[in-house]
Design a protein around this ligand. Structure first.
Ligand code: XIL
Length: 390
C-alpha cells in the first residue's frame, strides 16, 4: 500500500460514514411499483406507493451510492428533470461541466458556473458528487493546442488541478483524476494512449496528476477511470490487463490512487457478465482499491424489433451486470450516464440506429417514466444485504 494511500478498512468506513451522513433526511415521494403501465415521475399513485421505492432509497438502505450524470442547465431549467434526479440519486457526476472545455474559457480564466450549480444542487438534496475529470485527451478547450507546449504543459496541468480540486476540496466523494489513459492500440509497451498529455509531459503526467490532486483535496477518493475493459473479448481483456499494470506501477511508485472507475458503456447485444472483470475487481480489492461503476448505459443500436423487446434486452444487461458488480464488497458506487433517454449522449451526433429511432439506454424513458431497466437496476441493488446505519 502506498504511503499516501489508505487502508481498505479506512475507505470502507469512509464510505459507510458518508452514506450514513447523507441519511434519509430527504423524503422521496416518487415511488414506482411493478412496471404495469405508464406512470409519470411525479405520480405517487403507483402499485407500491411507499416512499421506499426509488433507486435512491433502495441504495441508501444498503449503504450504496447510486446516481447519474447530470446537466446543470436542466437542473435549474427543467423542474421535472430536477425532481427526478433529486428523488432517484444519492450521488451525481457532471456529464461535462467539470471538463477542461467547460471550466477553461481562456488560458488564464476559470468558469465554475455549471460545476457550482451541480455541487449546490447536490448539497441541497443531500447527495454526494463525483468529480469528472481532471485530465483527459478529450474536451480540451479550443485554445489548448496553440497555447500548451512541451515547456509549459506540466505547469498547466498542475495549476488546473490545484485550482479545480482545491475549489471543491472536502466536498467530493471522488475525482476521476485521469480518464482513459490506456489504449493498447497506441502500440506502446506500457499500454499508454498517445494523448497530448503523454506527448508533452511523458508517462509521468499520470503520477503528477494524482499527486497534485491528493495535495489539493485530501478527502476525495482518487480514481483512474476507463472504458472498454468490461468484456472478455481479446481487445478488452488486453486493455483491462494494461489498466491493471498501470495501477500496479502507480502503487509500486507510491502514487496515490484509491479506486478504479469502470465506465460500463455496454451494448445490449453483448452477452454478460464475464469472469475477467470479476477477477479484475477482486484483484483490485486485494490491492486495497475500490471499484466504481462510473458511466453505465446500455445501447440498443443492434437490437431490431419492438420497443418492448429492445427495452427487455437493455434491462437484462443492467440486471446481469449490476447483479454481478454490486455483490463485490469493494463496489459501493454505481452511476448511469444520464437518468433519462431524453438526454443521452447516445442520441447525439456520434451514434445512430439503422432505423433512425432514438436509443433507449437509461432507467427512465424520454417521458420520464421508468423503463424495465429501472426495475433491473433496483433488483440488482436489492441483492445487496440490507444495512442499518446508526
Ligand atoms: C461524453 C458526454 O456524454 C457528451 O455529452 C460529450 O459530448 C462527450 O463526452 N467517456 C467519458 C465521458 O469519460 O466524459 C464521455 O462523456 C463519454 C465517454
Amino acid at each position: 500500500m502506498a504511503a499516501e494511500g489508505r487502508s481498505r478498512r479506512d475507505f470502507l468506513r469512509r464510505t459507510a460514514v458518508t452514506v450514513a451522513a447523507g441519511g434519509l433526511a430527504t423524503v422521496l415521494p416518487v415511488a414506482y411499483g411493478e412496471p404495469n403501465g405508464k406512470r409519470k415521475a411525479g405520480d405517487a399513485a403507483g402499485v407500491d406507493a411507499s416512499e421506499s421505492a426509488s433507486l435512491r432509497a433502495h441504495a441508501q438502505a444498503r449503504g450504496l451510492l447510486v446516481g447519474c450524470a447530470v446537466i446543470p442547465e436542466k437542473l435549474t431549467g427543467e423542474p421535472e428533470y430536477a425532481s427526478l434526479v433529486a428523488h432517484q440519486a444519492n450521488i451525481l457526476v457532471p456529464e461535462n461541466a467539470m471538463k477542461w472545455a467547460a471550466l477553461r474559457p481562456a488560458p488564464d480564466r476559470f468558469d465554475f458556473g455549471g460545476a457550482d450549480t451541480i455541487v449546490q444542487f447536490a448539497r441541497a438534496h443531500k447527495q454526494r458528487v463525483r468529480g469528472h475529470n481532471l485530465c483527459w485527451h478529450e474536451a480540451l478547450p479550443a485554445w489548448f493546442a496553440s497555447t500548451v507546449t512541451k515547456e509549459n504543459a506540466a505547469e498547466f496541468l498542475t495549476k488546473h488541478i490545484e485550482t479545480v480540486a482545491g475549489r471543491y476540496a472536502g466536498k467530493l466523494q471522488a475525482w476521476d483524476v485521469v480518464n482513459e489513459a490506456i489504449d493498447p492500440k497506441s502500440g506502446r509497451p506500457d499500454g499508454l494512449r498517445k494523448s497530448p498529455w503523454l506527448e508533452m509531459i511523458g508517462p509521468e503526467y499520470i503520477d503528477l496528476a494524482f499527486r497534485t490532486a491528493r495535495k489539493a483535496d485530501g478527502t476525495a477518493l482518487l480514481t483512474y477511470n476507463d472504458y472498454g475493459i468490461e468484456l472478455d473479448s481479446p481487445d478488452q481483456t488486453a486493455k483491462r490487463e494494461a489498466v491493471m499494470a498501470l495501477v500496479r506501477r502507480m502503487q509500486a511508485s507510491g502514487t496515490p490512487i484509491d479506486a478504479v472507475g469502470v465506465q460500463s458503456h455496454l451494448d445490449a447485444s453483448t452477452k454478460l457478465p464475464g469472469a475477467g472483470l470479476q477477477q479484475f475487481v477482486r484483484e483490485l480489492a486485494k490491492m486495497g482499491l475500490q471499484v466504481f461503476v462510473t458511466e453505465m448505459d446500455v445501447n440498443d443500436r443492434k437490437i431490431t424489433g419492438t420497443v418492448e423487446g429492445r427495452d427487455q434486452a437493455v434491462a437484462e444487461v443492467y440486471r446481469n451486470y449490476l447483479s454481478m458488480m454490486l455483490l463485490e464488497p469493494n463496489i459501493n458506487v454505481a452511476l448511469t450516464w444520464g437518468i433519462s433517454d431524453r438526454y443521452t449522449w447516445l442520441n447525439g451526433p456520434k451514434y445512430r440506429r439503422a432505423d433512425g429511432q432514438p436509443e433507449r439506454p437509461l432507467p427512465f424513458n424520454a417521458d420520464y417514466n421508468p423503463t424495465p431497466a429501472f426495475f433491473a437496476v433496483r433488483t440488482a441493488i436489492d441483492k445487496r444485504q440490507l444495512r442499518i446505519w446508526h
